[in-house]
Design a protein around this ligand. Structure first.
Ligand code: TXA
Ligand code: MG
Length: 348
């Protein structure tokens, strides 16, 4: 049985938080909201509990977890040393949607780091996440609370759909705010490297780390520097075809392919920006709204819910085009969509 407990977003009920914290301390699995997506929390220093978490998510053991703590002071137990760069990043961006990879200490179980010499750490800003970790008084390892390779959950209902019956508790504080996962930056290497783009973007990180690099967009199977960065990830069950390039060219190619699919008797679902709805309605069997393309924050917050809705339409194929925006969220969304499309990308 999975218990779902409603909590207030800004002022969570201390009794509910205490129950969830006790569950974590006992080795239980508790899903909770963060500012990015819902996480599935577990006692980070309890190897047996961590193995249960991998089983519940059907996550491969070679994909390491992020450890969540309440402040930079909690790093001492978990890392070998705190590099000066990490201190600067923490001062500037924590609490918030930034994960920092550092050399780990012996206290962190191999199950958490997938045997790597490094550990990923983040201090979330969501009041419920902060209250829970503080009450538990332990570091909390938490991947996104979805089944492996499914879209990350941005609402408690998404967690329930994937993990209901497999985990102990879900703290429901409504939809998450950012919508895409934290930026991951590895400072254990010099120069530091951004392993996963997020709302804290390259330009902002460069103000603290002028030499920071970006993991190249080569097929992740080749190098696998961060085992979680598999190409197939965040995917709906229905095949997703992604169109990259200008708006006009992408819409023209989408219409061509849609009409071809319809001729073959297929049902075409379109994930459309508000600006494109009228343009795609004549040939889409079903249209799922993504928000305004001009507002990448709105698109990010809707992205994973929209992917799940498009999947629920039970079409034969989902078509969508990427944002043309190159701000931090535009880049992060493009990265997640390429993974969701699992290589099915059409360019003009
Ligand atoms: O926003 C987020 O980061 C959410 C919330 C719940 O905090 N968490 C999340 O966790 O997205 P997960 O497990 O879905 O993604 C963690 C990513 C993976 O790509 C993983 O490979 C990478 O972080 N990672 C974890 N530890 C690492 C390490 N030691 N070295 C390199 N990459 C690491
Ligand atoms: Mg994930």
């Amino acid at each position: 049985m999975t218990e779902v407990l409603r909590v207030d977003l800004t002022n969570p009920d201390p009794d509910i938080i205490a129950r969830a914290a006790a569950c974590l301390r006992r080795g239980g699995l508790v899903a909770f909201p963060t500012e990015t997506v819902y996480g599935l929390g577990v006692h980070a220093l309890d190897s047996a509990a961590v193995l249960n978490l991998f089983a519940a998510k059907e996550r491969p053991a070679n994909d390491p977890l992020i450890v969540h703590v309440t402040s930079v002071d909690d790093l001492a137990l978990l890392v070998a040393e705190v590099p000066a760069t990490a201190r600067e990043l923490a001062a500037r961006f924590w609490p918030g949607p930034l994960t920092i990879v550092m050399r780990r200490s012996a206290a962190v179980p191999d199950a958490v780091t997938a045997g790597l010499a490094t550990v990923a750490i983040r201090v979330p800003s969501h009041p419920v996440a902060r209250a829970l970790i503080a009450a538990a008084r332990i570091p909390v390892a938490a991947p996104s609370a979805n089944l492996f390779s499914r879209p990350s959950p941005t609402a408690a209902a998404h967690v329930m759909a994937d993990l209901g019956g497999r985990i102990d508790m879900i703290l429901d504080a409504g939809p998450t705010h950012v919508g895409v996962e934290s930026t991951v930056v590895d400072v254990s290497q010099d120069p530091p490297v951004i392993l996963r783009p997020g709302v804290i973007g390259f330009d902002l990180l460069r103000t603290v780390m002028p030499h920071v690099g970006v993991l190249s967009d080569q097929p992740a199977e080749v190098a696998m520097p961060s085992p979680g960065l598999l190409t197939r990830h965040y995917s709906p069950h229905t095949p997703l075809l992604l169109y990259e390039g200008s708006r006009a060219a992408s819409l023209a190619l989408m219409e061509r392919d849609a009409r071809h699919s319809i001729d073959e008797g297929k049902r075409v679902v379109v994930l459309a920006f508000a600006e494109d709805i009228e343009r795609v309605e004549p040939w889409a069997a079903q249209v799922v709204r993504l928000g305004n393309e001009a507002n990448s924050a709105e698109v990010a917050a809707r992205l994973y819910a929209a992917l799940r809705e498009a999947d629920a339409c039970r079409g034969d194929v989902i078509l969508m085009r990427t944002l043309t925006s190159t701000d931090a969220l535009g880049i992060a969304i493009g990265d997640r969509l390429r993974r969701a499309a699992a290589g099915r990308v059409v360019r003009e």
